[in-house]
Design a protein around this ligand. Structure first.
Ligand SMILES: CC(C)(COP(=O)(O)OP(=O)(O)OC[C@H]1O[C@@H](n2cnc3c(N)ncnc32)[C@H](O)[C@@H]1OP(=O)(O)O)[C@@H](O)C(=O)NCCC(=O)NCCS
Length: 168
């Protein structure tokens, strides 16, 4: 298993992941291909988003690749927090390919993302999940998440918020 940055070589695999995901909004949203005419256009837009814009804080995105060169999970690491990320999004967003769930891949990609956070100097990492997302809460707690106060969003959803000490 290894992490890989989005690049042209992953076009087909990325499209397969999105197809398998179905019509629901893709998580993390930085991997959503909708609205981009070509994969090259998507990669250009992602590079701009990763660099930081008025709307997006700097971020880094990785796929988790298995031994068969399949994308099994995705992660978006936000280098800093703004009000939205502090309450709702957190530093790290991830998902596992639907057919690859409950095999430990989310636990693994979060652990790998924490190493990347360390390299970026993020020594307290915030990870959030919806209150009914039992799987994600387990993933965060397994990676050392200590629960803080939840945040009730205006649309009625409640986010559980966890801090991970990333210094040690
Ligand atoms: C939540 C999600 C990331 C979990 O991914 P995953 O690769 O299946 O997670 P893991 O295999 O590492 O599972 C860790 C633990 O959670 C459990 N788990 C995973 N999904 C679960 C679910 N839907 N209900 C209950 N437990 C679940 C696993 O069984 C495992 O526990 P166990 O070892 O005691 O059996 C995945 O379901 C997903 O992509 N969901 C949609 C996107 C999302 O919610 N992302 C998180 C946003 S914060």
């Amino acid at each position: 298993m290894r992490l890989a940055r989005p690049a042209l070589k992953w076009k087909e695999e990325h499209e397969n992941y999105v197809r398998e995901w179905g019509p629901a909004r893709l998580v993390p949203s930085s991997f959503d291909l909708a609205g981009h005419e070509t994969y090259e256009e998507y990669l250009k837009a992602l590079a701009i988003r990763e660099g930081g814009t008025d709307r997006w804080l700097p971020s880094t995105n990785y796929f988790l690749i298995d031994d068969n060169e399949r994308i099994v999970a995705m992660v978006d690491i936000r280098h800093d927090l703004n009000e939205f990320l502090r309450n709702v999004g957190g530093h790290i967003g991830y998902s596992t390919r639907p057919s690859e769930r409950k095999k430990g891949y989310a636990t693994l990609i979060l652990a790998e993302a924490l190493k990347k956070c360390k390299e970026l100097g993020i020594d307290r990492v915030l990870v959030t999940c919806d209150e009914d997302n039992i799987g994600s809460a387990k993933v965060v707690i397994r990676n050392g998440g200590i629960e803080d106060e939840s945040f009730a969003d205006t649309d009625g959803t409640v986010k559980r918020r966890f801090w991970i000490d990333n210094k040690s």
